[in-house]
Design a protein around this ligand. Structure first.
Ligand code: MRU
Length: 328
């Protein structure tokens, strides 16, 4: 599969995630404004992919002329929760005084690192999952999309599935549809189908019942921001999953590159949570599904306390809340 986000020498290219699974199409983004729009519409999404988008946004900002720092700040603020977006912008901006070529080289380095780091993080996480679960093959539960499409390539939480599937250790994956934007039903299911991994899509509300029936050996999720104490902001619904998983004795493992760890925030309560447009809940596939003026609560993310998480895993191994990533 091509990279989710890349640079073709003249434009940022992205796989348009608003069109999948019906259409596989690639967009070319040549301006800061079109990149910001793509980020806000979730045409490119997922914390690690947003890190790459942030860095490439600085490349576009320089090519446009004007004040690249101001334009880069607009990119960094396009969405508030995933720390990787601002991290990618900041890392590219550090090279600004060395010139446009140095900024581009740094952005391309972030893209190159992404697959490598996610492969390592998910490999560490696979060993933790195997140690935490007795049953073979495994029945896993996934929320949102933390696969190839959420990264430059490979994936974080879904990367664990790829590693375990290669070893014949996955029976099936229960895929939370992930309302309201259906990243699970549309994107994770598509990736699992491409890879030939057996899966079933379920309504988000079915997850606790699946655990109660003993159908889930482990919950695997990604992260948008990990606080110093190990609290994790991730797609809305993760917190509820974690409560259900703890109640049923099911391990919940979080997988992310270390660029998702933000030690500048002490706990999850300090993480800004994006609130999205009411139309995302009032409409479904172009049809109104609520009274037109229904009030809506639509946070895109929630915070899962560290106490409910079995392990947070990065390329350095298990993240220790002291802020010191350490070996397994
Ligand atoms: O709103 P999204 O689709 O950008 O949310 C994405 C998630 O919550 C993912 O789980 C997270 O970014 C980790 S992706 C490896």
């Amino acid at each position: 599969m091509r990279r989710t986000i890349d640079w073709d020498g003249d434009a940022v290219t992205i796989i348009d995630q608003t069109a999948l699974p019906a259409d596989y199409r690639v967009l070319r983004l040549r301006s800061v404004d079109t990149l910001i729009d793509a980020i806000r519409r979730l045409a490119v999404r997922g914390a690690p992919a947003l890190g790459a988008a942030g860095a490439l946004g600085v490349v576009l900002a320089i090519r446009e002329g004007g004040d690249p720092v101001a334009a880069a700040e607009r990119v960094a603020k396009a969405r508030p929760t995933a720390v990787n977006l601002g991290w990618g912008v900041a890392r590219a901006l550090e090279k600004l005084d060395q010139g446009a070529e140095a900024v581009l080289a740094e952005a391309l380095e972030i893209l190159n690192e992404d697959e490598h780091l996610n492969r390592i993080a998910s490999s560490h996480a696979a060993e933790i999952v195997l140690a935490a679960c007795d049953r073979r093959p495994l029945r896993l539960l996934s929320h949102c999309n933390a696969g190839h499409l959420a990264t430059v390539a490979w994936g974080s939480a879904l990367g664990v599935v790829w590693h375990l599937h290669e070893r014949g250790l996955v029976e099936s994956v229960l895929v939370d549809e992930t309302r309201p934007l259906l990243q699970g039903a549309r994107l994770t299911a598509w990736e699992l189908a491409q890879a030939g991994v057996p899966y079933r899509v379920q309504a988000d509300g079915a997850a606790a019942a699946a655990m109660a029936r003993g159908l889930v050996d482990c919950v695997l999720v990604g992260a948008d921001r990990i606080a110093a104490n190990g609290d994790v902001a991730n797609k809305i619904g993760t917190y509820g999953l974690a409560i259900a998983a703890r109640h049923h004795g099911v391990p919940l493992v979080v997988v992310a590159p270390s660029s998702t760890v933000d030690t500048s925030v002490a706990t999850g309560t300090d993480i800004a949570i994006e609130e999205r447009a009411p139309e995302e809940l009032r409409m479904f596939s172009g049809t109104a599904i609520t009274p037109a003026d229904a009030d809506v609560f639509n946070p895109a993310f929630d915070v899962t306390p560290a106490a409910l998480i079995t392990a947070v895993v990065t390329e350095h191994g298990r993240y220790r809340p002291s802020g010191q990533p350490s070996s397994l």
